[in-house]
Design a protein around this ligand. Structure first.
Ligand SMILES: CC(C)(COP(=O)(O)OP(=O)(O)OC[C@H]1O[C@@H](n2cnc3c(N)ncnc32)[C@H](O)[C@@H]1OP(=O)(O)O)[C@@H](O)C(=O)NCCC(=O)NCCS
Length: 184
């Protein structure tokens, strides 16, 4: 029996943070893990954890509330981030993504993330849509006013029930999408 835990970042225990860090460092060795000083960055994130019956983590991921601006209109979206399965190809990732989708739908939100090409099929099979050649349109302006482009060649994964936002983006190929924080 699998157990799904959904928690806001501000309620995470030190023990969970330690486990999270271990998983993140293994999966994305270049990525900084979450230390207590950095915890502030994560307090509004929604963490999803799939456990087995012995409370061992099988897969985890998070959603981060992000503000986007497109054609002068603001959008509150959920940024999909840090999706990891401890043991791969056993369906644990799919269970996790099903929970994310359920949450996204219940909040009537648009969800957007970035992924390496090799993982796009996994997201497709988990109910998300994939858009290639879009990542460079996401622009972040840092507090000093410097524009930081996403230079990693990734696919954009997204989910939205009404499919209006992405349609709008795709029908204005020259317009940039401004993001309020660096890619999450
Ligand atoms: C990407 C990742 C989370 C997938 O998790 P997983 O538990 O192995 O995936 P699942 O077993 O639930 O697979 C679900 C489906 O996607 C397919 N799939 C999984 N990974 C795939 C991949 N890399 N390429 C193509 N298909 C893939 C599975 O075959 C399965 O297909 P099916 O439904 O037809 O049987 C996992 O490979 C992982 O942790 N990778 C390292 C971290 C990472 O890169 N995360 C993504 C950051 S963008």
């Amino acid at each position: 029996m699998k157990k799904i835990i959904i928690k806001k970042g501000r309620t995470l225990s030190s023990d969970f943070i330690r486990q999270w860090n271990e998983v993140m460092l293994k999966a994305f060795s270049e990525k900084e893990s979450m230390n207590l000083k950095k915890k502030k960055e994560f307090i509004n994130d929604i963490f999803f954890i799939v456990n087995d019956k012995k409370r061992k983590i099988l897969s985890l991921g998070r959603l981060r509330p992000v503000k986007l601006k497109f054609l002068k209109k603001s959008y509150d979206v959920l940024g999909v981030a840090d999706i990891v399965s401890i043991i791969k190809r056993k369906g644990h990732g799919k269970i996790l993504m099903k929970e994310l989708l359920k949450y996204i739908k219940s909040k009537d939100k648009i969800a957007i993330g970035f992924c390496g090409r090799k993982n796009s099929l996994f997201y497709k099979k988990s109910g998300f849509k994939i858009e290639k050649n879009l990542v460079k349109k996401f622009i972040y302006k840092n507090p000093q006013g410097k524009i930081i482009k996403n230079t990693i060649d990734e696919d954009v994964l997204y989910f939205e029930e009404k499919n209006k936002f992405m349609k709008k983006i795709l029908s204005h190929p020259k317009e940039k999408i401004l993001i309020s924080i660096p890619p999450w």
